[in-house]
Design a binder for this molecule. Structure first.
Ligand SMILES: Nc1ncnc2c1ncn2[C@@H]1O[C@H](COP(=O)(O)OP(=O)(O)O)[C@@H](O)[C@H]1O
Ligand SMILES: [Mg+2]
Length: 241
């Protein structure tokens, strides 16, 4: 499976007729990790929902490759802060579910699930139930399950927002590691600029008027301050809007 490019062209998104995002243009290249930062309420989650196919556009178009996005697809995985593990299934059997949906024969699922869990550092806890795991471990299971589904695009909505600083730092490094080997395009939403700099090949600041600024990670020194400045302006504009 190859990574999918994602495209938003002139996109307006709304809830009950009230626009949240207006005329947004954003291209995500196949295989890149694009991080979206922006003030609370500017439409980051809404944009991910549109790429996931969970929210139809009011105007413009969203595409995955050349194909218009009209609904959810196994090609595009959406990952939230709250894990969506099934509480009555062990870590391993949660991962096996993704394998079953991918059509992996039953006899091969166990070993493959264990390989994915091993990949996220969870060998040895495969038989525990979600409630027997810490928040960080549950996030690892969720990551293993997402990767096991082999999506061509992964949409991550502040996935580490609920973790303590230490666990969060560990998960950021782990994610950077596994993404480097995964043939997927990633759109990662965060309000943490350091997280954005660690993970993103490219970082865009979303404001009330769409993409306010875009940077490549290796573009120039002082990038962190530039992003913080853009973010500050976007926050002010959001508050005045
Ligand atoms: N289901 C919904 N129904 C109505 N309004 C919503 C809904 N979800 C989000 N909104 C509104 O849309 C705007 C953008 O929300 P959201 O995309 O969640 O922002 P962000 O993720 O950037 O914080 C906010 O003003 C929010 O209140
Ligand atoms: Mg959000």
């Amino acid at each position: 499976m190859s990574a999918l490019s994602l495209h938003a062209s002139g996109v307006t998104l709304a809830y009950g007729g009230t626009p949240v995002v207006t005329g947004l243009d954003l291209q995500v290249r196949a295989g890149e990790v694009l991080v979206v930062v922006g003030p609370s309420g500017c439409g980051k989650s809404t944009l991910l929902r549109a790429f996931a196919g969970l929210l139809p556009v009011e105007a413009g178009s969203v595409r995955a490759g050349d194909t218009p996005i009209t609904g959810p697809s196994r090609d595009r995985a959406l990952v939230f802060q709250d894990d969506a593990l099934l509480p009555w299934r062990s870590a391993r059997r949660n991962v096996e579910l993704a394998l079953a949906m991918r059509g992996v024969p039953r006899a091969r699922r166990r070993a493959e699930a264990l390989r994915w869990l091993d990949r996220v550092g969870l060998d040895g806890t495969a038989d525990r139930l979600p409630r027997e795991l810490s928040g960080g471990m549950r996030q690892r299971v969720q990551l293993a399950r997402t990767l096991a589904a082999q999506p061509r695009a992964i949409l991550m909505d502040e996935p580490f927002g609920a973790l303590d600083a230490q666990t969060r730092a560990t998960m950021q490094r782990l994610l950077a590691d596994v993404l480097a080997g995964a043939p997927a395009t990633v759109v990662f939403v965060t309000h943490d600029v350091d997280e954005a700099l660690l993970l993103g090949d490219r970082i865009v600041v979303l404001g009330p008027a769409g993409v306010a600024a875009g940077f490549r990670r290796d573009e120039r020194p002082g990038l962190r301050d530039l992003i913080l400045a853009e973010l500050g302006v976007a926050v002010l504009k959001e508050e005045m809007a």
